[in-house]
Design a protein around this ligand. Structure first.
Ligand code: ZN
Length: 142
């Protein structure tokens, strides 16, 4: 069980958080622009229309940027941890934590996939972990 505070949800982000109960990662899309919308909102920032829907995301992406935090205060974790910007294959960019490896081993362009951390209220927090192919991690060069 996570020691993290459960993230607050807004009316716009409610479908995102409801899907995490089933450990599904969903993205809001504009059906006119055919682009993912980040972050959840009522109108597409591209065309200003409300032609938005929720679609399942594959949950795979690559690390765009990473920083290692050694003095966490906002979150109830004690170990150094990595805050990363992950570009999902669908094109949306997530600020998240990458877990499952040493924070200092995380590289730009590394292939990652979603993994879930249970929250007390039944929702799940999407985090990312390296995609390991075979006995040795294959790092995708960005
Ligand atoms: Zn649009």
């Amino acid at each position: 069980m996570s020691a993290r505070r459960a993230p607050a949800s807004s009316p716009e982000s409610e479908p995102f958080w409801e899907a995490t109960r089933e450990r599904r990662l969903v993205l809001q899309w504009c059906t006119i622009c055919d682009e993912p919308v980040q972050f959840p909102r009522s109108f597409c920032p591209g065309c200003q229309r409300s032609s938005l829907e929720w679609r399942d995301a594959a949950g795979t992406g690559t690390v765009y940027a990473v920083t290692v935090e050694h003095k966490p205060e906002a979150m109830a974790v004690e170990e150094p941890y990595a805050i990363a910007l992950v570009d999902l294959d669908e094109g949306a960019r997530f600020m998240t934590n990458v877990i499952g490896c040493e924070p200092d081993d995380i590289r730009i362009g590394m292939a990652v996939r979603v993994t879930w951390e249970a929250l007390e209220d039944g929702r799940n927090l999407p985090l990312f972990e390296p995609v390991v192919i075979g006995p040795v991690a294959q790092l995708r060069e960005g």
